[in-house]
Design a binder for this molecule. Structure first.
Ligand code: HEC
Ligand code: HEC
Length: 210
């Protein structure tokens, strides 16, 4: 498929996806979410903290939206995303807990800029921009931002979709045609975009309860 027709297919698909009403979501309570997030910050609040066996960076969460954080936690809870520790944490959370913790962690999502990809971007990035933005900032709250995320985590996530260890019908289609070299280049590109995601700070005004 030519790049132009792949892009057209992506735009058509994202129109379908964004036109579909998602499951009803409870409103989160930021103050309660702050208490619930205490254990999470043991990993997500430590700069450059690593997962071991296999070793890769724990993802940055500050700058993601409540809708995406909720979707990710539901994925770990149901097993659509396979990760032992995150499954155990998510399994201990009720739907209301997830809404609350997502409201706290997602308090300041990055704002989509509508910027096209930088001139240095790998060609394959054209397929991603309809959802993740040319600069890695998600165009809708349901999609994750990739800007500033650890490159090793992004590459690992793409490989997990490719292997089917992360089950997501949208991403499965997009990773299928990516080579290892594409994955490395895309992860590197998005990780360098700024403004970008940050490690959740333990004590800053940005993350104090409102
Ligand atoms: C022991 C360390 C650890 C703790 C504690 C922990 N996490 Fe995680 N978290 C991880 C790792 C590692 C990943 C990446 C897993 C993978 O590869 O899918 C992750 C992934 C996530 C993601 C997905 C991020 C993305 O970009 O898709 C979210 C959301 C998340 N964690 C929220 C939480 C919340 C909320 C808590 C507390 C209830 C928590 N985590 C506790 C290590 C941890
Ligand atoms: C039609 C919209 C769409 C397109 C196009 C798209 N994605 Fe995604 N992407 C998503 C959604 C939705 C998720 C969250 C899936 C889930 O819940 O696991 C996601 C997740 C991801 C993640 C995991 C992020 C994290 O924090 O764990 C990465 C990395 C990613 N996409 C990269 C890409 C790349 C690279 C491309 C282009 C080759 C691409 N995506 C194309 C919608 C899209």
């Amino acid at each position: 498929m030519s790049l132009a027709s792949r892009f057209a297919a992506v735009v058509a698909l994202s129109a379908i996806v964004s036109g579909t009403a998602g499951p009803a979501r409870a409103d989160g309570n930021v103050a309660r979410g702050k208490d619930l997030a205490y254990t999470c910050l043991g990993c997500h609040g430590v700069k450059d903290y690593k997962n071991v066996y296999p070793t890769y960076s724990v993802p940055k969460l500050a700058g993601q939206s409540p809708a995406y954080i909720t979707a990710a936690l539901l994925g770990y809870r149901s097993g659509d995303r396979s990760h032992g520790t995150m499954h155990a944490h998510a399994a201990s959370l009720s739907d209301q807990d997830i809404a609350d913790v997502a409201a706290y962690l997602g308090a300041e999502p990055l704002k989509a800029s509508g910027k096209p990809p930088a001139a240095s971007a790998p060609e394959a990035v054209q397929v991603c921009v309809a959802c993740h933005g040319g600069d890695g900032v998600a165009v809708l709250p349901d999609y994750p931002s990739l800007a500033g995320q650890h490159a090793d985590y992004l590459a690992r996530a793409l490989e997990e979709y490719k292997k089917g260890a992360r089950k997501n019908p949208i991403m499965a289609g997009f990773v299928a045609t990516l080579s290892e070299a594409d994955i490395e280049a895309l992860a590197d590109y998005f990780s360098r975009q700024s403004p970008g995601l940050e490690t959740v700070a333990r004590r800053t005004s940005r993350f104090s309860a409102r």
